[in-house]
Write a protein that binds this ligand. Structure first.
Ligand code: FA5
Length: 369
């Protein structure tokens, strides 16, 4: 046994020393390495076979095998380095197809959508005024979208003309909302799911007041949906930013001052705003706020329909019924709220005359901003 074992060792040495030296490329080198030194390689198996020799023989033959193993390993290492260097040299010497005199390939740099840019600008100003970020679901319950906001059961805003209701097929997928929210709270509603696409960002007011104690000051940007005819200034899907401030003795003067600073930061320090009496079930008194037309500086033009003013937002002092609904004592707490249309602001800022441009994804339009 030791004689044949030693003979095997010598033949492995002779064969692989030569083969490794003559290996032509890294792949060939790797095949040889596995053949001789791999887990089932010839030398590896021979080493395992040593256990069948006597102790004396093992002492003599073991070092011989380990010596050969070291020798083959360093041969492989050396050969690998040579082959890599040769490969690199060959690549460098091959004439390149790269022509540095050709003009570079141009690429289009992306940027955020104009609506996102305005939204960021608006929320940054509000953050400076102390409003913190809040969000609510796009699929809302009738309760948060209407009932808690003091809409009477027969208020026209609940009508199918304005609101996208969710059909019962969707009910199983609406698990994010509390189970009780899925039940219609008002008797006049058809027994649908009690769910709808929110028509404004005002439900976030309720959600936020329910989960926090006053005082609070939040802004809630997001998408809203209305079942209405689309034209140059109306879209069925658009964006609003809600503002809500609740504290002791909040007045219309606070609302006016906040909006004045907000609008002047957005449109320029000489911007005029005006309040017009209006009606929202969840504010009392309520107002619609117009900004002086930036296109004609109030002189009257086609954009402002000769009025000199453009409607931007709805606002008012939070109705005591809304405060009661969320467990705030209206004798102690008062607040103001407002909801601004982001598309309308963007149109004014960028001089865009048709709201539909925002949703057509025409790169020629989008890359201008
Ligand atoms: C509301 O949605 C109220 N939730 C606003 C509010 C909040 C009042 C808090 C009081 C207190 P209104 O329906 O007027 O109000 O919409 C507010 C703004 O959204 C409008 O001034 C307008 O800028 C924008 N807007 C309304 N409808 C559309 C539409 N179809 N397309 C684009 N923008 C719209």
């Amino acid at each position: 046994m030791p004689a044949s074992w030693e003979k095997n060792l010598r033949s492995i040495q002779a064969f692989y020393t030569k083969a490794l030296r003559e290996a032509k490329d890294p792949k060939n080198l790797e095949t040889l390495r596995v053949e001789v030194l791999g887990r089932k390689g010839k030398l590896t198996l021979l080493l395992k076979d040593l256990k069948n020799c006597s102790l004396e023989e093992r002492k003599r033959l073991g070092p011989l095998a380990n010596q050969l193993k070291d020798q083959l390993e360093s041969l492989i290492q050396e050969k690998r380095e040579n082959l890599t260097a040769a490969d690199l040299k060959a690549k460098l010497e091959t004439p390149s197809l790269f022509d540095p005199s050709l003009p570079g390939a141009s690429f289009r740099q992306g940027h955020s959508h104009p609506l996102t840019q305005t939204m960021n600008q608006m929320t940054e100003i509000l953050a400076q005024q102390g409003f913190s970020w809040a969000e609510g679901p796009l699929i809302e319950s009738d309760y948060y979208n209407f009932e808690a906001l003091n809409f009477l059961p027969d208020h026209p805003a609940r009508d199918m003309q304005d609101t996208f209701y969710i059909s019962s097929k969707f009910e199983v997928r609406s698990s994010k909302l509390k189970e009780e929210d899925q039940q219609p709270r008002t008797s006049h509603l058809e027994p649908r799911t009690g769910l709808l696409l929110r028509t404004h960002t005002s439900p976030v007011q309720i959600r936020k007041m329910e989960s926090s104690r006053p005082p609070l000051r939040i802004m809630a940007p997001g998408r809203v949906f209305r079942h209405e005819a689309v034209d140059a200034s109306h879209s069925a899907v658009f964006h609003q930013i809600e503002g809500l401030y609740v504290d002791r003795q909040v007045s219309m003067a606070d609302l006016k001052g906040t909006l004045q600073i907000f609008m002047q930061s957005l449109f320029g320090s000489s911007t005029e705003i005006r309040f017009r009496p209006s009606y929202f079930p969840f504010t009392e008194p309520s107002a619609e706020v117009d900004v002086q037309c930036l296109f004609c500086q109030g002189g009257g033009c086609t954009v402002c329909k000769k009025s000199g003013w453009l409607e931007m937002l709805g606002a008012g002092l939070v109705h005591p019924n809304v405060l009661k609904q969320v467990g705030y004592d209206p004798e102690t707490w008062s607040g103001f709220a407002f909801g601004i249309g982001v598309e309308r602001v963007t149109m004014l800022l960028l001089g865009i005359q048709d709201i539909r441009m925002f949703y057509e994804n025409d790169v020629r339009f989008l890359e201008q901003f």
